[in-house]
Design a protein around this ligand. Structure first.
Ligand code: GRF
Length: 206
């Protein structure tokens, strides 16, 4: 089996990255994590990646000022240098331009701590508590230019219980994240889930 070469993009502690690294150790897992890139030089996840013997790189967005595309070109060069086939965003806190997103279309996943399309963007746990929902959860989706809006690959829920705080709920959701991200990456790496545009259907592309 040829394993897909995967890069994980992080900005912080990298617990989802760790879950992917752990899952990818299994012999029958269809992907290998060969690169971790952080836009934050101080991201604690970088040390975890190094300890795991995985190549890591820092592409600091601050070096590029307001030029988002220049930042993304640097990121893209890093990905190509490592012959990356799939990209997993895991707590990567930069908005990506349509240029980068379209370049990696169908080959880039993100994890979001909510049951999309509910609670897009930030502060999902406090917003879920404020809304009084009975179920909350996490979603892995393909990245499209509109934030947190791409087709869903895997989603799972947890109950919201009496007395939950942002922290207790976040912890319960994080356990789901760590379970579903490896599942979603497996499905995509095996080609069992693919992103097709409506245009493809019209043109008879399968
Ligand atoms: C996770 O909750 C993820 O869903 C969100 O940011 C957090 C990152 O956590 N996008 P970690 O760095 O993977 O521990």
């Amino acid at each position: 089996m040829t394993k897909k070469r995967v890069a994980v993009l992080i900005s912080g502690r990298g617990s989802n990255m760790s879950a992917l690294i752990k899952a990818a150790k299994a012999q029958d897992y269809p992907a290998e994590i060969v690169l971790v890139v952080s836009n934050e030089p101080a991201a604690s996840g970088l040390a975890i990646a190094r300890e795991a013997g995985i190549a890591s790189a820092i592409v600091d967005h601050r070096s590029f000022g307001a030029d988002r595309e220049a930042f993304e070109h640097a990121l893209d060069r890093e990905l190509h240098a490592h012959r990356i086939e799939l990209v997993c965003l895991a707590g990567f806190m930069r908005l990506l331009t349509p240029w980068f997103v379209n370049r990696w279309s169908g080959r880039m996943l993100n994890i979001h701590p909510a049951l999309l399309p509910q609670f897009k963007w930030l502060h999902t746990h406090s917003r879920a508590l404020a809304a009084g929902v009975k179920h909350h959860g996490a979603t892995v989706h393909f990245v499209v230019p509109e934030m947190d809006s791409g087709p869903i690959v895997v989603q799972d829920s947890v109950p919201v219980v009496e007395g939950d705080t942002e922290e207790t709920l976040a912890k319960r959701v994080l356990a789901v994240e760590h379970r579903i991200y490896p599942q979603a990456l497996r499905l995509v790496a095996e080609g069992r889930v693919t992103l097709r545009s409506l245009g493809d259907e019209k043109n008879g592309v399968r």
